[in-house]
Design a protein around this ligand. Structure first.
Ligand SMILES: C[S@@+](CC[C@H](N)C(=O)[O-])C[C@H]1O[C@@H](n2cnc3c(N)ncnc32)[C@H](O)[C@@H]1O
Length: 186
């Protein structure tokens, strides 16, 4: 990890702890995703729920090393503005494409294929984000969904879907708030 990016991530982590409204993933989850992107050699990430860009920076630092890119979606004008400032500070503008809007309306417009998806917006809609994105997910794609322990009840339909579906191989990873880690096997 580039030391200046690590410094920015540490700063944003501290900021997120003081400003809970950004709902950032914990650093341990960020490192887990960073490692997953590197080991999977993913090339194209779709992230749902940018907030101020903390998780996007973790993912981007890894995908950059794979010569890949990331598309991230966020509905809040205010958070997009802060995320853009953070991406500029991290010099990641070329790696990150921001889609400003409602993911439920924006995902169906996507034409490209992805091999890594991170879901972290409205818990009850996780299942809808995934179902809408399925046409864009390559066989072998990794899908990670945050808060699978903390908000298990709110995303139970998502968990049932990925755990009882021959198209997915899924396991709950007890890291941070809980990450449901799935591979699209078909
Ligand atoms: C948990 S936060 C994301 C945190 C971020 N992934 C991180 O770890 O730094 C969820 C974000 O999803 C956004 N959001 C909620 N509904 C959305 C929707 N329908 N489309 C796009 N973004 C949405 C919220 O504005 C919020 O910023």
């Amino acid at each position: 990890m580039n030391p200046s990016i690590q410094k920015l991530l540490n700063e944003l982590e501290e900021f997120g702890q003081k400003n809970r409204g950004y709902f950032n993933i914990p650093a341990s989850t960020g490192k887990f995703f960073y490692n997953l992107v590197l080991i999977s050699k993913a090339k194209n990430i779709l992230e749902i729920g940018t907030s101020n860009g903390y998780s996007t920076i973790w993912l981007s630092e890894a995908i950059k090393q794979n010569n890949g890119k990331i598309t991230t979606m966020e509905i809040s004008d205010f958070k997009i503005k802060i995320a853009k400032e953070n991406f500029k500070r991290a010099n990641l503008n070329k790696t990150i494409k921001i889609i400003h809007g409602d993911a439920l309306k924006e995902i169906p417009k996507l034409k490209e294929k992805f091999d890594f998806m991170f879901i972290d917006a409205i818990k009850k809609d996780y299942i809808n984000y995934l179902k809408l994105a399925e046409k864009n997910l390559k066989k072998g794609s990794i899908i990670v969904a945050d808060n699978a322990i903390m908000f298990k009840d709110k995303m139970q339909d998502y968990l049932n879907y990925v755990e009882n579906n021959k198209n997915y191989s899924s396991v709950l990873v007890p890291i941070g708030s809980g990450v449901e880690f799935s591979i699209k096997v078909k």
